[in-house]
Design a protein around this ligand. Structure first.
Ligand SMILES: *[C@@H]1O[C@H](CO)[C@@H](O)[C@H](O)[C@H]1NC(C)=O
Ligand SMILES: *[C@@H]1O[C@H](CO)[C@@H](O)[C@H](O)[C@H]1NC(C)=O
Ligand SMILES: *[C@@H]1O[C@H](CO)[C@@H](O)[C@H](O)[C@H]1NC(C)=O
Ligand SMILES: *[C@@H]1O[C@H](CO)[C@@H](O)[C@H](O)[C@H]1NC(C)=O
Length: 542
């Protein structure tokens, strides 16, 4: 076995962070081992601080995986804020990413999200009738397919996924009390795809893991909104009442989601405090979202303190949030601490505006901590915190905002290295562990499967194996590796050289676990390849 020629093509210099871990010896080749059984990152229940401290991220240069294909599906005309975060996370792969969206995304029902989404170089596909017909005929292939709203459009996902071939399907589940997870898993695993469930926050990952008995990770990709005027840069003089104006309650108008009456009650009972001191000029509530005003139950006498802003377009919405002192989640249901994900979290991250939150809230949404929110102490109401904030020096207010920006950076780092990107590398590790040379393997690699599975329509996986050490990944040491999971595949019996069918490349290794097939495998004999895996890995791990 010789080491491979360089396979890296030039492209935009991309960097992804990965954690390097030795593969554990106990992994067996089962369907579950493809991703599900391999846990390299903190999963359900872990806090963001353990993400950054426990596992030291390493930088991998994935420029050499030009054929990696990513598909993202969000057929509903909402959740654009989640989609924008994914678009941001996958921007290094924009040119190989297809995003399937609702045909009305470009119209007013898209709430201005298109203005933001269209700036990316990803290929948007509008799910019109004609496109659905094309998909059914062409059966596109992705290494990784992400479902953004499966708990809102499972019927449509099921139909679409009958026609989309893929290695790994990642389903983002918003609320863990979704009662059709079994069906969702069946849909995701259709066509022998690997499947992973992820949520947007630690507490929903914990409850979904216990509801399904599966490993569930959380990942919160955040679109880092850039306001026209960033209040982090404002001087003391410009900040209060100028850059920052009032407090925000955001999201769909619904008393099931948010307890508006709690805040109205606090305001009514302490009305005189709202009209004295700093509060007199600085206190105001902006209620931002969509829905009917009567759902807010705003008492007439509080009308002067409250502005209702309906259906602001995407940029205007986050701009307004950015210019608020803080966002009040006002959870209308305790299930937002156990099973549901509050949209206020993502809005806070996108706009860079801290939340008012108590410790119970932080225990659930544990990617946040006391330094990046305005803490509501156990004996305090939201109004106590608001009145305190309008009298707080600018430097202290901004220190919390800075922490919020730092936390946003960390959750995005986790999103880039975490459960989503991990999925196919987990499969690679599963393939390698299948050959029982576990401890040699130093983990993450560039991975791609496009050519192989797409053309041969079989479970033939093609990988570029790249050696990574503490400093970086050495792309010049890349080795191409085929893993044949289907020993009955006709290619194996037809003796046609697999390598020429796939793509010319030096340093090809063809592997199969079935000894009697070794003689019939093309190119180097599979036996040699199989035995040679050790040397492949020696090459890549030296
Ligand atoms: C990544 O690799 C490519 C070549 O494959 C190289 O041109 C680029 O400079 C590398 N980027 C970094 C940050 O090392
Ligand atoms: C799931 O819940 C919805 C209502 O929330 C209900 O209509 C549906 O029948 C439930 N499905 C199952 C499988 O329990
Ligand atoms: C809303 O808040 C009020 C006052 O704090 C409380 O009495 C009420 O139970 C809350 N409603 C819900 C649905 O939590
Ligand atoms: C990368 O791998 C190539 C080929 O194996 C080797 O010649 C080169 O020295 C390696 N570079 C580093 C920085 O390890």
């Amino acid at each position: 076995m010789t080491s491979a020629a360089p396979r890296c093509t030039l492209g935009p210099a991309l960097q992804l962070l990965f954690t390097l871990v030795l593969i554990s010896t106990g992994v067996h080749h089962t369907a579950a081992a493809y991703g599900a059984g391999l846990s390299f990152f903190t999963s359900a229940g872990a806090s963001a601080s353990s993400v950054t401290s426990a596992s030291a991220p390493k930088v991998a240069n994935l420029t050499g995986c030009p054929n990696l294909r990513i598909g993202i599906i969000n057929g509903v005309p909402y959740h654009y804020e989640v989609l924008a975060g994914l678009m941001h996370t996958f921007r290094p792969y924009a040119r190989r990413t297809d995003i399937y969206v609702n045909p009305y995304t470009r119209t007013s029902s898209g709430d201005g999200a298109w203005e933001v989404l269209r700036r990316s170089r990803v290929n948007y596909i509008f799910l019109t009738r004609n496109i659905l017909k094309n998909i059914a005929q062409q059966k596109p292939f992705y290494d990784l397919l992400i479902l953004v709203s499966p708990d809102y459009e499972l019927d449509a996902n099921e139909e679409l996924l009958r026609h989309i071939r893929r290695h790994m399907t990642v389903a983002i589940v918003h609320n863990s009390d979704f009662n059709e997870t079994e069906r969702l898993i069946r849909v995701a695993e259709g066509g022998s795809s690997g499947a992973r469930l992820v949520t947007l926050s630690p507490h929903t990952a914990t409850s979904l893991a216990s509801a399904t008995g599966r490993q569930v990770d959380w990942v919160l990709p955040v679109y880092p909104f850039k306001p026209k005027t960033n209040c982090l840069d404002a001087s003391e003089v410009d900040l209060l009442g100028m850059c920052l104006r009032g407090f925000a309650i955001q999201g769909k108008f619904s008393s099931l989601r948010r307890n508006y009456s709690a805040v109205w009650h606090q305001m009514s009972s302490r009305r005189e405090e709202l009209t004295t001191g700093y509060a007199k000029t600085l206190f105001h509530i902006n209620v931002m979202g969509k829905g009917q005003d009567d759902r807010l139950g705003l008492p007439d006498d509080l009308v002067p303190f409250v502005t209702v802003l309906r259906r602001l377009p995407f940029r205007g919405f986050y701009d307004h949030l950015h210019h608020s002192f803080a966002i009040l989640p006002m959870l209308g249901n305790r299930r937002y601490l156990t099973h549901k994900f509050s949209s206020s979290i993502l809005s806070s991250f996108i706009s860079g505006t801290p939340l008012v939150a108590n410790r119970e809230f932080l225990a659930s949404y544990s990617m946040l901590n006391e330094r990046c929110v305005y803490l509501q102490k156990d004996d305090e109401q939201e109004l106590d915190v608001m009145l305190r904030l309008v009298a707080t020096p600018a430097t202290e207010l901004l220190a919390v905002r800075r922490q919020m920006a730092e936390t946003r950076r960390r959750v995005n780092e986790r999103a880039a290295l975490g459960p989503i990107v991990r999925a196919p590398t987990g499969r690679l590790r599963a393939a390698v562990s299948y050959f029982k040379v576990p401890s040699l393997w130093h983990g993450p690699a560039c991975w791609e499967g496009y050519g192989a599975e797409d053309r041969l329509r079989a479970r033939v996986f093609e990988y570029n194996v790249v050696r990574c050490d503490d400093a970086a990944c050495n792309m010049t040491a890349a080795v191409k590796l085929f893993f044949i999971a289907n020993p009955r595949h006709p290619t194996i019996h037809s003796r046609s050289p697999l390598s020429s069918q796939v793509r010319p490349a030096s340093g090809i290794r063809v592997l199969s676990s079935t000894p009697k097939l070794w003689p019939s495998l093309a190119g180097e004999t599979a036996k040699a390849a199989h035995d040679g895996l050790k040397s492949v890995l020696d090459v890549t791990s030296k």
